[in-house]
Every structure is written in structure tokens, then in C-alpha cells.
Design a protein around this ligand. Structure first.
Ligand SMILES: [Zn+2]
Length: 281
């Protein structure tokens, strides 16, 4: 994904991405932002959220970008200016994270209502792509039981990874990625349990090349199924022994596409494994 950034503006294949400029900004950063904050919009399309940010009436809200479910990125605030996405927030020795961070909004409904087979948003719209889990800080309704959250499609996750990589390539000193629920844990639940933050940090910050230059190791005492596709519905190609070395070459949700290496480090078969059982370090 060929994203580049020049003068604070994001381009894809040399063309600026769609700009829906928000007037709700705080001027130039006092120092280059070193943190990226991940959010969900609790809304429909990315365009609808960008239009919300574009209204002066919503003067306390904006973000640098909104990423749609299909991975399309809309830019609302140039990366060299402060956006209003974090609100009252603290992280390590910092408070008021807007002045220190890039705000990345993901189009996503967040916590859903209903139950298995009938998860819907607050407007009653049924959501098909659902992750069931408990928010580590407690769910928005105060419960501590698994509930439905809209899942983040791989294309959206990968676009966010590509964006952070583009920021780093453009010399923005991003060294840390946090959720809004990390920096405002009492008020906020975004991006929530459906967002695989550990995986995101590994991919966006880990220096891991998209072409999988770094090897990883299978960590599963009973072995791990190598499958023909990203999910347990796909056929098992073979059982990989604990300690097998692999070369990650792709990502789809929590599934990694890997090339299996033999003991001499030569590539053998390619397939998919669940990333939970892969040690990427
Ligand atoms: Zn947020």
C-alpha cells in the first residue's frame, strides 16, 4: 500500500486521499507527535463521521483521519496540526493527549445490543460482522460479560497499519500506539476488545516488513494446524510441530499467512495459522 505524506497531507499512489477538512483544530503541534490514538466512530460510514467533524458546530471533535470499513482513508486534519479527538486524557506523564498524538478513527459501531444471532446497533440495524468479548475496563453498560462488538475488517486494520508506517516513513516520530480506552479508561471504550491492539502494534511499529523478512516461531506444545485459508473452516494442510520456524507473509484479522521453513531455513509449504500461537519476536 503506497501511502506517502507530504506537508501533513496523505497521498495514495501519488494522489491525495479524499480530504474532508475539519475546522476543529488546535493549530500546529508544539512538538512532533509521537503517539497514535486509535478510536472507533460509533457510527456508520467514514464519510458520515468526516462530515460531522467538518461542522463548526461540533467544535470539540475532529480527528486526523477516518478509515472506512473497506480501508478507504478520509483525511480531516493535516498531520502537522492538532486535532480534537482525545478529550480529557492521560498517558504516562502526559495529560491532554491531543497535543501529543495523531487521532485515527475507524468506522465501527462499537458495543452492540441484542444477543447471539441478533446483534444490532442502537438504531436497530443488524450487524453481521461481530466480535464477542468483554471490555477489559468493563463494558459501556457497566457489565463484565461478553457482548457483541462490531468486528474490524482486515482491509480497515491493514489500512491503519499502512497509515502508521507512512507516518513513520515521513519522519513523524511515532513510537507508541494507544487506544482511546487506554488514555481515557473511565469515559471511553474505543477501540474496544474487537481491535487486536497487540497485533496492530507489532505490525505498525515492529519494523516487520510486509514481505515478512523476519521469521517467527510456532508456540503450541500440541502442534498447530496449517490451514488453506484464514479460519477454522479451511482445510488442514498439515500439523506444524512446536518450534517450527515460519515466515509471516500476510495478515487477515487474527490469522497469519506464513511460509513454513525447514530446519535449514528453506521455504516449504505456505498456508494460514492462528496468530495467537505464533511468537513474532
Ligand atoms: Zn475515541
Amino acid at each position: 500500500m503506497a501511502y506517502t505524506i507530504k506537508n501533513g497531507i496523505l497521498s495514495h499512489s501519488a494522489n491525495a486521499v479524499r480530504q474532508v477538512r475539519s475546522p476543529n483544530t488546535g493549530g500546529p503541534f508544539p512538538q512532533p507527535p509521537a503517539i497514535a490514538v486509535i478510536h472507533f466512530t460509533a457510527g456508520g460510514s467514514a464519510a458520515s463521521s468526516a462530515n460531522w467533524f467538518a461542522s463548526k458546530q461540533n467544535k470539540n471533535s475532529s480527528a486526523h483521519v477516518v478509515i472506512d470499513r473497506d480501508g478507504t482513508i478520509i483525511q480531516c486534519v493535516p498531520f502537522d496540526q492538532v486535532a480534537w479527538h482525545a478529550g480529557k486524557s492521560t498517558w504516562r506523564n502526559l495529560s491532554g493527549l491531543n497535543r501529543y498524538s495523531i487521532g485515527i478513527e475507524l468506522a465501527n459501531w462499537g458495543a452492540l445490543q441484542g444477543g447471539p444471532g441478533n446483534w444490532h446497533n442502537a438504531s436497530g440495524q443488524k450487524i453481521e460482522n461481530v466480535f464477542v468479548g468483554t471490555h477489559r475496563n468493563g463494558n459501556p453498560d457497566g457489565s463484565h460479560k461478553p457482548i457483541g462488538w462490531e468486528a474490524y475488517p482486515p482491509a480497515q486494520f491493514e489500512a491503519a497499519v499502512a497509515l502508521v508506517k507512512a507516518l513513520k516513513a515521513a519522519a513523524y516520530p511515532i513510537t507508541e500506539i494507544v487506544g482511546h480506552d487506554d488514555i481515557a479508561p473511565v469515559r471511553k471504550s474505543d477501540p474496544g476488545p474487537a481491535f487486536n491492539m497487540a497485533r496492530f502494534r507489532e505490525y505498525a511499529l515492529g519494523g516487520r516488513d510486509d514481505n515478512g523478512a523476519n521469521t517467527a516461531v510456532i508456540k503450541s506444545p500440541g502442534g498447530l494446524n496449517l490451514r488453506a485459508g484464514p479460519g477454522t473452516a479451511h482445510a488442514v494442510i498439515l500439523l506444524l510441530a512446536d518450534g517450527t520456524k515460519v515466515l509471516p507473509i500476510g495478515l487477515n484479522g487474527s490469522w497469519l499467512e506464513v511460509t513454513v521453513l525447514d530446519s535449514a531455513g528453506n521455504p516449504t509449504k505456505t498456508g494460514w495459522v492462528h496468530s495467537h500461537y505464533v511468537d513474532l519476536d
